[in-house]
Structures are given as C-alpha cells and as structure tokens.
Design a binder for this molecule. Structure first.
Ligand code: HEM
Ligand SMILES: *[C@@H]1O[C@H](CO)[C@@H](O)[C@H](O)[C@H]1NC(C)=O
Ligand SMILES: *[C@@H]1O[C@H](CO)[C@@H](O)[C@H](O)[C@H]1NC(C)=O
Ligand SMILES: *[C@@H]1O[C@H](CO)[C@@H](O)[C@H](O)[C@H]1NC(C)=O
Ligand SMILES: *[C@@H]1O[C@H](CO)[C@@H](O)[C@H](O)[C@H]1NC(C)=O
Length: 533
C-alpha cells in the first residue's frame, strides 16, 4: 500500500524540479513524521505515568492518612506485583507480609485497593466470629449479567441471598446425609485401592490419580451420577472437571485475581469466575440429570433432592433473572468444584509427606491395620477413632493450607477500640492463614512436618485462631466434615495396603505453582507405589 503511494508520488513529481530534491524533501517529511509520532507516544506515556502516579499516590495515601503501618506499594500493583506476573505464589507473599511486621494489623495495597491484614489471633477472632455481622461477605466481584452462575453460589453471594443458601445447604452435610453417602465413598475408596494394586511397582503422578478419585466422589455427590474416572483414563467429564479450575492460562488467572481485587475488570470484560465452556458443560449435564430424576420420581434424599426441595420452596431471590434450574446448577457446580480439587490436592500432599517421613507412614499403617483387625474394613465411624490419622491430616493442612488467606469486607465503619483506628465501610480484610501457620511462636520449627503437634496433649496448647485451614465462624468451609471424611477414607484405603516412596522423579522440596490459586506442585507429585502383603 505504502509502496504504491510512494510510486505515485514520485511519478507525479509533486511540482519538484528534480526527483533528487523531492527525495530529500520526502525523507525530511518522513523524518518529521516519525519524530512527531515518537513525540506523541512519549508525551502520552509520560502523561499516563503522571496520571498513574497522581492516582496511585492519592489512592496509596489511605493507610498513611489512617496512621496504620503499611507495606510500601510497588507502582500500580501494590503488594502483589510478583503474584500478578506469576513469579510468586500468594502463599509466599502473604507470609512475607506477615513476617515483615509485628503489629496486630497492617495495611497493604492490592492494586489500588487498600486491604487490612489482620495479624493477631485476637483480632481474627473478633472479625470472623464475634463481630461477624459486620463482616458477613467476602470482598469479591458480583455481577449478575457477567456471571449469573457465580452470583448465586454460597461462596460469592452476599447478605440475604447468602444466608438463605447457607442455611439450606447446611442440611446437605448433616451427619445423617453423610452417612447415606458413606457407602458410595467406601466403594470409590475400594476402587482406588484396586487402581493402585494394578499399578503396584510403578511411579505414578499421584495428584492426577487422586483427582480421579475425588471426581468420582464429588460428581456422585453433587450430580448424582457415576463417572468412573478411575476406570476411564480420558473421560469427557474428567477433562471438563480439570478445566473448571485450571488457571494456567494468563486470562484465567487474571480473571480470578480480578474477582478478588479488580472487580471493575469483571464488569468491563464480563469475566467469569470459573472457565465458561466447562461450566456450560456441567450446567447441561446437571439439567439432564434433573430431568431424569424428576421423571423417575425416585427420592434418594441426596443433594439433588435438597436442590429440588430448594427450588420448590417459597424462597424469593431478589430480582432474579435466571431460572431456578440455573441457580440449582450453580450450587451443584460449586460443591463439585470446591470438593474435587481441594480433596485431591490434600490427599496428594499427604502421600508426599508420608513418602518423605517413613516413620510416620509406618506408624499410621500399624494403627490402621490394628483398627481393621478389630473392627473390619474402614468406615467413617471407625476412622474417627484412629487418632493418629487425624494428627497426620491436621498437620498436612497446617503445613499446606490450600487457601493461604481468608477474605472479608467491612459492611460498616468499624472502630478498633485499642488504637482508635476506624476502618471504613467497604474496605477489604485479609486473614494471613499461611503467615499464622508458619509463625514459629505458634508452631516451632514450622517447616517440619510433625503430626505430634496435634497429639491430644499438644493440641490443647495450640493458640486459638492460629489454625485456620477451613476458616472459622459462620462463613467457614461448609464442606469441612465431608472433606475430612473423604480424605481420611482415601488415606486409610491407600496406606493400609500400599507403601509410598520417593523416586528420582519426585521433586524435593516442593515448589508451589504460582499460576494456581491453590498450593500445589508445578511439575506434579511423582511417587513410587508398592503393594505390601
Ligand atoms: C481439604 C478440603 C477443603 C479445604 C482446605 C477448604 C477450605 C475452605 C476455606 C478456607 C474456605 C473459606 C472459609 C472462610 O472464609 O472462613 C472455604 C469455603 C467454602 N468451602 Fe471449602 N474447603 C475444602 C473442601 C470443601 C468441600 C469438599 C466443599 C463442598 C462439598 C467445600 C465447599 C465450600 C463452600 C461452599 C465454601 C463457601 C462457604 C461460605 O461462603 O459460606 N469445601 N473452604
Ligand atoms: C467401582 O468399580 C466397579 C468396577 O470395578 C464399578 O462397577 C463400580 O461402579 C465402581 N464404583 C464406583 C462408586 O465408582
Ligand atoms: C455488570 O457488568 C455490566 C457489563 O458487563 C455493566 O454494564 C453493569 O453495570 C455491571 N453491573 C454492576 C452491578 O456492576
Ligand atoms: C424435602 O422436603 C420434604 C418436605 O418438606 C422433606 O420431607 C424431605 O426430607 C426434604 N428432602 C430433603 C432431601 O431435604
Ligand atoms: C508434643 O510436641 C513435641 C514437639 O513436637 C513432642 O516432642 C512431644 O512428644 C509432643 N507431646 C506429645 C504428648 O505427643
């Protein structure tokens, strides 16, 4: 195009006597032009920088004006520069911030947002439990038109909608409901044992095996369907389940970050909390199952029945544009998502630590075998009484809190009486779980994996509100009991008959993948599995 134009100009001569003079002129013209463009770009950039600087400075003066000690923000990114560019896991950044200070609370900025990091266990208790009604909600984006599914989940929803959902779905985890699930969970654990048997002597990537196990369980729980992921290596549902929480693409991880810290982006770009094609897949899967269930009129009293009850009840959701079915599907997808990855990661980290700590592994096996010898194959009730199993799991969740931070929003101005500092309505609160779990004052030698910290005698000495793997208070993890029961069942079936060892493919120490929202190893966890008589 440009060449064509040049040729045209040269031929027409443009009134110049010689083409030489013309070329000179033209070069000057182009030179001027380029210089002009450069100048404009430079001007724009500097104008932008100045605006950004002024903006940031204005925004970044919040803690200074409040006279709260604060972590110096880095440019527009605040304290999360390395996290945004996935050079560092949130888990590590939270610990760095926690360790840098010794005051009960500190201010940080995440992008331009001021966030109060609550360091002292006493304040954690006040915010999550005592004064819960002033901190009911998480500070997350909610945009009904951008992501209707997320809007109605227990995790994201707020105020009245949350209260209504939470009270309804608490009934999904009563001891009675869990007992009903226990036989199918036991069956999945037996199938896991078969799977390990057929791979005895091999080195397996244990996280993906555990993900199959947990997907089988949670899909049966949330959707009422049998997926048999352990049998079919590449089933559709397994691939889709992986996509739901996969944050390896930059866009996905920016979406998740935006939900917590840049809600404006969610509005502008219509970002979704979970991967859209995968949620669409599970949505239609759910609706199909629902149709079958309604047609067959079978009442199984499971999660699906609770959802059906829910949609038949009188509850009114304010100005709801979506059909009841979508709200129901969104619950099923939340429980499925919240369950399958968390359980799989916790299990794989457990086997990793047990492979490194043979003494712990052997003692656990001895206690499990003793219990089996006395009472037969593991059941939930029986595992409740294997004390050492509980210590092993508790210490895994201490060392690897899957959620390195908890998040709340101040729903009203809040006065800290001791200091006279008033936190403004709308400001985010962050509880630095990974900081507390690695504080040597609460957990001496914090890098050591030591189940003895949770022995009956030692456990009572742990300072309250320093151990928060499931959060605490009315907005804690709704699936805590369910998760623990499934995890214990999985460990029991695997450890009682198999030995887990490291191989030369095992990465020691673990490196957390900064691209994942959870703490998990980047390269996968490879362990050697051998059946023992
Ligand atoms: C090892 C497994 C798990 C861990 C470590 C875990 C951890 C957490 C944490 C830290 C929170 C936030 C609590 C707070 O803000 O105080 C949470 C919330 C939640 N979890 Fe879990 N979770 C696990 C398994 C599950 C399972 C299996 C389910 C469902 C079946 C589940 C469903 C939820 C839901 C719905 C919420 C939001 C609760 C609310 O906002 O009211 N989680 N979880
Ligand atoms: C366990 O495996 C068997 C086949 O080996 C299968 O028929 C059964 O449905 C599986 N159970 C579950 C709960 O996945
Ligand atoms: C939600 O997002 C849309 C655009 O995606 C925007 O027009 C609307 O204002 C947002 N709603 C709220 C409540 O922020
Ligand atoms: C659904 O509601 C009926 C009547 O209100 C109740 O009897 C039944 O137990 C409920 N089912 C579940 C699974 O909660
Ligand atoms: C308590 O923990 C310490 C340090 O980990 C350990 O040496 C001790 O044996 C534990 N006490 C009990 C009763 O388990």
């Amino acid at each position: 195009m440009r060449d064509g134009k040049q040729v045209f100009l040269i031929h027409s001569g443009f009134g110049f006597q010689s083409s030489e003079k013309y070329v000179q002129y033209r070069q000057q013209l182009i030179g001027d032009h380029v210089f002009y463009i450069y100048k404009m770009i430079l001007l724009c950039i500097s104008a932008l920088l100045v605006i950004l600087y002024l903006l940031c400075n204005r925004q970044f003066s919040y803690w200074k004006l409040k006279k709260v000690p604060f972590d110096k923000p880095f440019l527009f990114f605040g304290s999360f520069f390395y996290v945004t560019f996935r050079k560092e896991h949130v888990f590590d950044r939270i610990r760095i911030i926690y360790n840098k200070f010794s005051t009960p609370y500190v201010g940080i900025y995440i992008f331009h947002q001021p966030v109060l990091v609550v360091r002292s266990p006493e304040l954690v208790k006040r915010i999550l439990v005592k004064d819960f009604d002033k901190f009911v909600n998480r500070n997350v984006a909610r945009n009904l038109s951008a992501d209707p599914l997320a809007f109605y989940t227990v995790f994201i929803s707020k105020d009245e909608i949350w209260r209504c959902l939470r009270s309804k779905f608490s009934s999904a985890f009563t001891p009675l409901k869990m007992k009903m699930m226990s036989s199918s969970i036991k069956e999945c654990a037996e199938n896991l044992s078969c799977y390990l048997s057929s791979h005895s002597g091999e080195t397996l990537e244990i996280k993906s095996v555990m993900k199959k196990f947990s997907t089988d369980i949670t899909s049966s729980y949330a959707f009422g369907i049998e997926t048999l992921c352990l049998h079919h290596e590449d089933s559709e549902i397994f691939k889709m389940a992986a996509r739901l929480v996969d944050t390896t693409s930059f866009i996905r991880s920016v979406s998740i970050l935006s939900y917590f810290f840049l809600p404006r982006l969610v509005d502008i770009f219509k970002l979704t909390f979970l991967d859209k094609p995968a949620t669409d897949y599970f949505c239609s899967l759910f609706k199909e199952t629902l149709k079958l269930r309604e047609k067959s009129k079978i009442i199984r009293n499971d999660f699906l029945d609770i959802l059906i009850n829910f949609s038949n009840s009188e509850v009114t959701m304010d100005s709801c544009d979506c059909d009841n079915e979508t709200i129901m599907a969104s619950q099923a997808i939340t429980f499925f998502t919240a369950g399958s990855d968390t359980i799989a990661i916790t299990l794989s980290l457990t086997f990793y630590e047990l492979a490194l700590n043979k003494v712990v592994q052997d003692r656990l096996r001895t206690e499990l075998r003793e219990a089996v010898h006395k009472k037969g194959p593991p059941t939930w009730d029986m595992l409740e009484n294997v004390k050492y199993l509980d210590m092993v799991v508790s210490e895994i969740l201490r060392k690897y809190p899957l959620a390195p931070m908890l998040n709340r929003r101040a729903e009203a101005d809040y006065l800290f009486q001791e200091t006279g500092f008033t936190l403004d309505k709308g400001v985010s609160i962050l509880v630095p779980v990974s900081g507390l779990h690695y504080d040597p004052d609460f957990y001496p030698d914090p890098y050591k994996y030591d189940p003895e910290r949770f022995s009956e005698e030692n456990r009572s000495k742990i300072k309250p509100y320093t151990y928060l793997p499931f959060g605490v208070g009315p907005r804690n993890c709704i699936g805590k009991k369910f998760a623990l029961s499934v995890i214990k069942m999985g460990i029991a079936y695997a450890i009682k008959d198999f030995e887990f060892g490291v191989s030369d493919k095992t990465s020691i120490p673990l490196r957390f993948d900064p691209a994942s929202i959870f703490v998990q190893e980047k390269q996968g966890i490879y362990l050697k599995i051998s059946k023992i008589a």
